[in-house]
Design a protein around this ligand. Sequence first.
Ligand SMILES: Nc1ncnc2c1ncn2[C@@H]1O[C@H](COP(=O)(O)OP(=O)(O)OP(=O)(O)O)[C@@H](O)[C@H]1O
Length: 586
Amino acid sequence: MEPAEGAEEERSVQCPVCLWELPSSDINSHLDRCLQACGDEAESSGSEPEPPSAEAEPSSKRPRLAAAPSGSHAEGRPEEARRAAGSPVLSFFHTCRGVGRSGAGRNEAAAPTGRGRAVVRSGDVLARKLHGKPLAERLRPDTLCHYVGQEQVLGAQSLLRSLLESHEIPSLILWGPPGCGKTTLAHIIANNSKKNGMRFVTLSATSAKTNDVRDVISQAQNEKSLFKRKTILFIDEIHRFNKSQQVVIDRDQLFLLPSHAQDTFLPHVECGTVTLIGATTENPSFQVNAALLSRCRVIVLEKLSVEAMEAILMRAVRFLGLQVLGQGEQPSTSATGSGSKSSESLVYIEKKALNTLAYLCDGDARTGLNGLQLAVQARVAVGRTTAKGGATDGIVVTEEHVKEGLQRSHILYDRAGEEHYNCISALHKSMRGSDENASLYWLARMLEGGEDPLYVARRLVRFASEDIGLADPLALTQAVAAYQGCHSIGMPECEVILAQCVVYFARAPKSIEVYRAYGNVKECLRMHTGPLPPVPLHLRNAPTKLMKNLGYGKGYKYNPMYKEPVEQDYLPEELKGANFFKEREM
Ligand SMILES: Nc1ncnc2c1ncn2[C@@H]1O[C@H](COP(=O)(O)OP(=O)(O)OP(=O)(O)O)[C@@H](O)[C@H]1O
């Protein structure tokens, strides 16, 4: 209806929150709804508690992936990452503020009445959850109730659990493979102890200097004497203290730090000014100073089981609001398992994909969560660019997608399975084919995928004889030295030792002469029928009189006694003249 003659035409105003144009008479009620919606959304997207303050929090891990689909060239740059992922042109600020759960639920924004509707899809909510902090960091549990697995050390009746519950924290060394939850456990202890009035300070052995240790100690002393507050010091990657600091290594020095640091440090662990929690992926018996080790309780964490990984992934699925599709289920049918209402979620993930991810990440939760994040991110990005109107409705993340996600975020490498054998075979063949680039590539694929360096080193020792042999006898020395080097210093420092050896082998001349000849001998033995020929008497040793009487050693010509080459048979009579070095027909 046209406004009545003379009536004042109502002005349009822009909502300062969602930037929507609407009649000025509606602005107040709209604003209330909009702010409410924004608050609700912030709560829902940040449903996982934020970590405690920087001082008290165990350091965040260097994420093993940036929060953008790889290959987008947007890694680490949130704005570009968002663009690469096909996010709407609206900035995060605008999108966030326009989203709410009023009315029909999360798919519907706080839409102004009267002039169209601003519908923000749950896909947008999802996109925001996928960007910024890596999923693994966002989902790092703050309490034991979200900490999955490791029952052997944290079960209901375990000593550690009762110590944690009674806030009695002893000095600990947390030893376990990557991504099994060492830092997370320290994080939980940090939260616990803060509630109990303790300080929690973090140092990373990769970046801390001696002065940092001294500062921590003197602060801890002050806190104890002035406020009776104890300090827990978390040292991540404790095994790296010596190596990254490039200090002179003396086996008896605490942490291999200069002596003035150890002089101040150890007594304070002992008298309780500082409670030490160290995390390491390396065997502490070799990597942590014995004096310190004897004052700490070593907690051995294991690779997370497939079931534990599934639980961690399901928590991520719920956080992202994905729907899980059982076998044979289609996106349109009612999906189960994610715990979110089907009307809310437009992105699906196959149950099989989750199982595969749980299996392939080899007990490393960070790898699993990164893989999930990348797979979903990539699917959402593709879905948005191909779908009409950029909607993400009906996107399904399949097993293939998570495998791809894993391959990009980490290295798809199944240490226990086929990939382990495929990669070592590819390495062996590349060195044999003298392709130094391919050799290095396969080596890196394995090591970056978490392969045991000693497994590779053992193969190199074998290769030195099998494929290089007497063409360069030094190759064997190289390989054995590489094996010992790996054994002594472990990963990641030993990677370059293996790389050097692998390149040496790729470039070395090759000879299978010995390998083939030995194979011929084995074949000869296998093919023999009847009793094996006796050792010729003249080759036998005769340590007793009886043996001498039996003719042992009789007629043996002791070579050093002869100036000229000696005519003598060394093979059994029936093999006289056999030549194992002759090439056999393959
Ligand atoms: N037991 C667990 N329960 C739940 N989530 C876990 C668990 N372990 C690891 N995670 C998840 O994996 C991420 C990485 O774990 P965390 O940093 O604790 O591993 P870590 O053992 O310290 O690894 P690294 O040796 O590589 O530093 C965490 O942010 C968390 O999201």
